[in-house]
Ligand binder design. Structure first.
Ligand code: BES
Ligand code: ZN
Ligand code: ZN
Length: 488
């Protein structure tokens, strides 16, 4: 079933609702008062709904949580879900309600009686994001026949109102799919073809292959990929929705990170299939803004490489010359993301005149030690840019925390034989990595680095995503663009 069919908007008759055999979801306020659209159902089942909504159990629910009645008499429905949501509900409460509807909707057809609901778009957004499953490699698909029909007074108007939210959801789902896909399937070549599909959304996509990268001089990026039989690429995605200078988004796209010759231990190495989450986030933002037709100029640039050991792989101790010209002593081949980003950052600054640059990378394990899996680490050389980003993040409910940049961290990057080395000591790993990146950012360029190693995947799942890829950052950057980069 295609995506657009899973979520629908209709205006059913009373009889159609009474005869519906799947789930029926209706809404009640905190004080137990039913929404008017629930009254016919309440009548049909002899007041069971209003009794449930005035029960103690209902009082204890938080907004966005629900009670259910199984096989209610007087209805054909298997299950009646009574969702607590006030007319004055906040955005995140409405999203939570939508997510909870989707969670319960697995392999059934739910009718959701939304007539008179405010924040329909948030309910639908929450439902869409929580309905996500990555089951393309399972024979037993648990979610294939899920349908959610939102019942509203004016389906066309509802659809129109929800469309920008569904566009953002499409970007998030595109990003999640990339992150969840294993590295034998999403190698550098197939990553490129998935990005080429973005042309269908009106995005200009340019691919630079190894020969072109050699000519340009992106030797640091190429050094990371040289141990792999999968070729390295840089992909550039451009959305020109305005004539202004661009905002540049740069992403680390290591399709698999074995560590290279500085091989990682076996435990949990399989998770390194997500080491391209920075690139996936960039691609997800591009899709979202293109779908909703943002009046902004945004360029996404991602480095697609695989970090493997092998006869051609770079060695610890190698010295490479970056695109910028600075030479780098590679002490540890597992600190590869910064080599990829160094060349991307320099390329972006020399090719375009960006208004600002945001890079995203699953860069260090150290950021997970510092901040855990709820907060991304944010590093920036520009207070205003940083404040705007954090405000956008707060607005959409994604968490980030500013971490320090300080000249004192630079010292540990001094190399005996080159301009700098790619790792410092054991301390402050995420800040030292950011300092490495900052060496490739011009001092006057507004820049934000996001270390998303902790937030890109969720083991237990979050409110809006099942376990696996979260799509962290796509909403925030979309919101930042909406707030500050669009022509009005
Ligand atoms: N891709 C890893 C960082 C990572 C770790 C991402 C855990 C997600 C979960 C990165 O390339 C890496 O290996 N970093 C090293 C740097 C070290 C060698 C200085 C690390 O964090 O151990
Ligand atoms: Zn690594
Ligand atoms: Zn890595």
């Amino acid at each position: 079933m295609s995506d657009s069919e899973r979520i629908r908007f209709t205006s059913p008759t009373k009889n159609e609702i009474l005869r519906h055999e799947g789930h029926i979801v209706l809404f009640a306020q905190s004080d137990g008062q039913l929404f008017p659209s629930a009254h016919p159902i309440d009548q049909a089942c002899n007041g069971s709904v209003s009794r449930a909504a005035s029960s103690e159990a209902f009082t204890k629910l938080k907004p966005g949580q629900s009670l259910s009645l199984e096989f209610p008499s007087g209805l054909a429905s298997k299950k009646l879900v009574i969702m607590k949501l006030d007319r004055t509900a906040q955005r995140f409460e409405a999203q939570r309600a939508g997510a909870s509807i989707a969670k319960q909707a697995s392999n059934t057809h739910s009718l959701i009686l939304c007539q008179g609901c405010r924040r329909l778009e948030d309910i639908v957004f929450g439902a869409k994001l929580r309905d996500y499953r990555f089951d393309r490699h399972k024979n037993d698909k648990k979610n294939e026949t899920t349908e959610m029909t939102f019942c509203v007074r004016d389906p066309e108007a509802a659809k129109k109102k929800c469309q920008p939210h569904l566009d953002i959801a499409a970007g998030i789902i595109f990003g999640r799919d990339l992150v969840n896909e294993p590295a034998n399937i999403l190698n550098t070549d197939s990553f490129v073809s998935r990005l080429e599909d973005l042309r269908d959304d009106g995005i200009e996509v340019k691919i630079l292959n190894e020969d072109e990268l050699k000519n340009i001089g992106m030797r640091a990026l190429l050094a990371v990929g040289q141990g792999s039989t999968n070729p390295s690429y840089v992909a550039i995605m451009e959305w020109k929705g305005a004539a202004s200078a661009p905002l540049v988004l740069a992403g680390k796209g290591v399709v698999f990170d074995t560590g290279g010759i500085s091989l990682k231990p076996a435990t949990k190495m399989e998770l390194m299939t997500m080491d391209m989450a920075g690139a996936a986030t960039v691609a997800g933002v591009m899709k979202a803004i293109a779908r909703r037709g943002a009046k902004a100029h945004v360029i996404g640039i991602v480095g697609l490489v695989e970090n493997m050991p092998g006869g051609q792989a770079q060695r610890p101790g190698d010295v490479i010359r970056s695109l910028k010209g600075d030479t780098i002593e590679v002490i540890n081949t597992d600190a590869e993301g910064r080599l990829v980003l160094a060349d991307l950052l320099w390329y972006a600054q020399s090719q375009y005149e960006p208004l600002g640059i945001i890079d995203l990378a699953t860069l260090t394990g150290a950021i997970i030690v510092s901040l855990g899996s709820e907060f991304a680490g944010l590093f920036s050389n520009h207070n205003k840019f940083c404040a705007e980003f954090l405000a956008a993040a707060h607005g959409v409910g994604e968490k980030a925390w500013r971490m320090p940049l300080d000249p004192s961290f630079d010292k540990s990057l001094k190399s005996r034989i080159a301009d700098l080395k790619n790792v410092g000591g054991r301390e402050a790993g995420a800040s030292v990595a950011s300092h490495f990146l900052q060496r490739f950012v011009k001092p006057t360029m507004p820049w934000i680095h996001l270390d998303i190693a902790g937030v890109a995947l969720s083991q237990r799942g979050t409110e809006l995503s099942p376990s696996g890829a979260t799509g962290w950052g796509i909403q925030t950057i979309n919101q930042l663009i909406l707030n500050h980069y669009e022509e009005r």
